[in-house]
Ligand binder design. Structure first.
Ligand code: NAI
Length: 441
């Protein structure tokens, strides 16, 4: 079996950590059991490009139990858990291509391995796999990493057509990936249907908010061991992720400042009790800065130069473009690693700014990503959407689809059941009342 991981002897540690995650993933366990009996993914070749974590291992086991022929590559150079990659190879015979800290070239050589699997289904977190397929299909060689471009060019026209036509569809995990896919749909270039798992209520309301909230603070604390209580914590972006981080930072006793560009979200932040101001005003006040916007150059050189000596900056949005790192380097006179995941930049004004996790998602770079319990729902969506796509692709167009409501509701029901929480049901009278316009005051 072909694979590329750091060290296969790490498998035992990975096995125990996967077992630990499994305990908190009852919904995925139920799906795995059904998949083992029904084999809904039999004959399906699936390439997954996801953060290689213990929870992803649980998803891979579920898909494999369903009959899928799988490969897994990393969706971020710094998020791979090498012991999990080893356990997936050694215990589950799933080819994994992922090494924590891999460089750009290796990252894309791993994506290339996922492409060479010639998938029927793709599963992305950030759309790097799907966009590579599209660049090949559209012969946009300049947009591809050279080794992937060379492979694509090496295929004949017929082989390229065949490669694309066998992709039935895909799924996308995160906000940034969905933004990329929607813009492909808008430009008329999307070549197959994709389900936006991120849009499921059982995904973003929980994963983005509570998962990113807890794990981002966890990453910052593990990287710095600094006290949040009494500090000033600046959150850029008050979307689902930003709301979670702001709430958890406040819970730790920080004074939270929110920076937003959307008036509605900014207003919500005001009424949730945060200070809201532009980044220009927040820059000199913050002890910690965290970006979660999905946008580019949110904190720039002019802001770094305003910061206090010792300010800590990090990102938990999908790509490492939210902090203007070239600008930071340009205005620095010295740079050194000071502890794991912390790089000290001495600016031309003498102030030191500390960059965490190279500006990559801090919750995955310095901590372990989202807790399993929340990924249980996100990955239940992934597994059920892979099944849905396999059954329904012929009726689907080249569009970005929301997760079907029945899947979303079923996952919420199963999660509640696993938590032992019961809820009320509507009486016949209430059903009639709620569906009629006859009864007023
Ligand atoms: P969202 O769309 O709900 O929120 C983003 C917010 O950022 C919006 O309110 C938008 O108005 C604001 N924004 C955009 N540009 C801005 C700027 N220049 N300054 C201030 N605010 C700005 O998105 P969501 O779901 O919160 O995701 C945010 C990012 O986090 C995405 O890149 C997503 O892929 C990523 N993500 C990361 C996770 C992790 O594990 N760290 C988990 C889930 C999502």
């Amino acid at each position: 079996m072909d694979y590329d991981i750091k060290d296969i002897t790490l498998a035992e540690k990975g096995r125990l950590r996967i077992e630990w995650a499994e305990m908190s993933m009852p919904v995925l366990r139920m799906i795995r059991e059904r998949f083992s009996n029904e084999k809904p993914l039999e004959g399906i070749k699936l390439s997954a490009c996801l953060h290689v974590t213990t929870e992803t291992a649980m998803l891979m086991r579920t898909l494999k139990a369903g009959g899928a022929d799988l490969v897994l590559c990393a969706s971020n150079p710094l998020s791979t858990q090498d012991d999990v990659a080893a356990a997936l190879v050694a215990d589950h015979e799933i080819p994994v291509y992922a090494i924590k800290g891999e460089d750009h070239k290796t990252y894309y050589s791993h994506i290339l391995s996922a492409l060479k699997h010639k998938p029927h289904l793709t599963m992305d977190d950030g759309a790097d796999l799907v966009s590579s397929i599209h660049f090949i299909a559209l012969e946009k060689w300049d947009d591809l990493e050279p080794s992937v471009a060379a492979w694509g060019k090496g295929l004949s026209q017929d082989e390229r057509k065949q490669f694309l036509s066998q992709v039935l569809g895909g799924t996308e995990e995160t906000t940034t990936g969905v933004i990329r896919l929607r813009s492909m749909e808008k430009d008329g270039v999307l070549q197959f249907p994709v389900i936006s798992v991120n849009d499921a209520n059982t995904k973003h309301l929980f994963d983005n908010r509570y998962g990113t909230g807890q794990s981002t603070i966890d990453g910052i604390i593990r990287a710095t061991n600094r006290l949040l209580a009494g500090s000033t914590f600046v959150v850029s972006g008050y979307g689902w992720c930003g709301r979670g981080v702001a709430a958890r930072a406040k819970g730790q006793g920080a004074h939270v400042i929110v920076c937003e560009v959307d008036p509605l979200r900014a207003l919500e932040a005001v009424m949730d009790g945060y200070h809201v101001m532009p980044i220009e005003e927040a820059a000199p006040l913050g002890d910690f800065f965290c970006t979660l916007t999905g946008d580019i150059n949110v904190i720039r050189a002019e802001h770094f130069l305003q910061m206090k000596d010792g300010a800590i900056i990090c990102n938990s949005g999908h790509f490492d473009v939210e902090l203007d790192l070239p600008g930071l380097k340009e205005h620095s006179v010295a740079q050194r690693p000071i502890r794991e995941f912390v790089e000290e930049y001495t600016l031309e004004n003498g102030h030191r700014v500390y960059l965490l996790g190279q500006g990559r998602l801090i919750n995955l770079a310095a901590a372990e990503g989202h807790p399993s319990s929340v990924m249980d729902m996100s990955f239940a969506n992934q597994a059920l959407c892979a099944e849905y796509m396999t059954k329904n692709h012929e009726r689907m167009e080249r569009k970005v689809y929301r997760v079907p409501e029945e899947i979303d509701k079923e996952i919420a029901r199963l999660k509640l059941e696993s938590l032992g929480v019961q809820i009320d049901t509507l009486t016949e009278e209430q059903k009639t009342y709620l569906s009629s316009w006859h009864m007023g005051t």
